[in-house]
Design a protein. Structure first.
Length: 397
């Protein structure tokens, strides 16, 4: 199957030609059934009082016309022909119809109906709007030269125009159906890609945080084990708890049901920073009226920020601030995570910050970075600020 794009260029789809003898026969019958309306020329050949030369001319011309008609429609609906070949074939059909009609009389003017139908079936709308009326006009002009053909022309003009424009409409309907099918496949592919990105982003956030905490607690347990086995056992118990929680989170992420909460991530941030030996200043709680999607975005942002502080910053101190601000665009909730570590390198943002920025776009939030609270040779620190609308009506997915 094929159709034209907006500029009239041919687009060949991969449905291809009929696959198998049965489809070939069905398609041939669907196109050939309309040849039943050629009964008038055939009857004129058999008992129309034509001379032998006229019968030869009529029989040969009719065979050529039918062959061109079948080849044009059958080939073009299987594998699109070039625009030049379609126009040339239509011109040849019109020429054969004109010669036979003017030579053999009124019964042969029905051939112009097939010319009109062929134009509507093979040409895009903007071309068929011109050529279908042109075929009708040629038929009328040729018919006016024969006195006995005027009643026939009057009877055939409406079917010629109706058939041509009807086939043009069917062609446009088929084209729209194909485009909708392609769009549906594209949307399905985009949805699958978006789900893969979501899952990859979630797993990165989940495992990056949990595995960093497990690594820190394992190192701490190893240092405590010779002299403080009881405290080492506590760290091992924490490792087991974090591992179980990470396993649950991964299962929930795969199932699509996991929803992190901001209060839970605040508590997790205090635990992770304390395990890393970083002095933490973390709020005790979060506002309860925060919209669910905005709260989830901030929870992921806090997890990513704390994970980066623990794994990369080399910081000794970390501050988390959660404040509500009134702006001209409405109330905002602002979460800032600041450390006194080595600061951010000049490299592009990693997967974590990229995924975080993507999450914030879904709730009309924003992400900014800057220097932290570090000074001197240790660095200037790093600050990560997330802002989301505090009004649930402004969020969207």
């Amino acid at each position: 199957m094929s159709h034209e794009d907006g500029d009239g260029g041919v687009i060949v789809l991969r449905d291809g030609p009929p696959g198998g003898r049965r489809q070939f026969v069905v398609k041939l019958l669907w196109i050939g059934v309309w040849l039943a309306f050629m009964s008038a020329p055939v009857k004129d050949l058999l008992d129309g009082g034509l001379s032998s030369h006229e019968r030869v001319l009529g029989g040969t011309g009719l065979a050529v016309f039918v062959a061109l008609y079948l080849v044009l429609l059958f080939r073009h609906t299987s594998r699109a022909l070039s625009r030049r070949r379609v126009l040339a074939t239509l011109g040849l059909l019109g020429a054969v119809a004109s010669v036979l009609s003017l030579t053999l009389g009124a019964p042969w003017f029905v051939l112009f109906v097939y010319v009109s139908v062929s134009a509507g079936a093979t040409l895009p709308i903007r071309w068929s709007r011109l050529l279908v009326p042109l075929a009708g006009a040629v038929m009328v002009g040729a018919g006016l030269t024969l006195h006995d053909a005027r009643s026939t022309i009057t009877a055939l003009l409406f079917p010629a125009l109706l058939g041509g424009f009807a086939m043009a409409g069917v062609r446009q309907l088929v084209r729209t159906t194909v485009q909708l099918r392609e769009a549906r496949a594209t949307v399905a592919g985009l949805a699958a890609n978006e789900e893969r990105l979501r899952l990859a982003r979630d797993l990165h956030d989940l495992l990056g945080h949990s595995l960093s905490l497990i690594t820190l607690k394992s190192e701490l347990a190893g240092r405590m084990l010779p002299e403080h086995p009881d405290r080492a056992a506590e760290q091992v118990a924490d490792i087991e708890r974090v591992s179980r929680q990470a396993l649950m989170d991964v299962r929930d992420a795969v199932s699509g049901y996991r929803r992190p909460t901001l209060p839970g991530e605040l508590a997790g941030a205090r635990t992770a920073l304390a395990a890393a030996g970083i002095t933490a200043d973390v709020p005790a709680d979060a506002p309860g009226e925060l919209p669910e999607q905005a709260g989830e975005a901030l929870a992921w942002g806090l997890r990513e920020a704390v994970t980066n502080v623990v794994r990369h910053s080399g910081a000794r101190r970390c501050e988390v601030r959660l404040v509500r601000r009134e702006t001209l665009d409405g109330p905002l909730l602002e979460l800032t995570v600041t450390d006194d570590g080595l600061g951010a390198p000049g490299s592009p943002p990693g997967n974590g910050l990229t995924g975080l920025a993507e999450r914030l776009t879904h709730v009309r939030g924003s992400l900014t970075t800057g220097p932290g609270i570090g000074t001197g040779a240790r660095g200037r620190g790093f600050a990560l600020t997330l802002r989301v609308p505090a009004d649930g009506e402004r969020t969207h997915v």
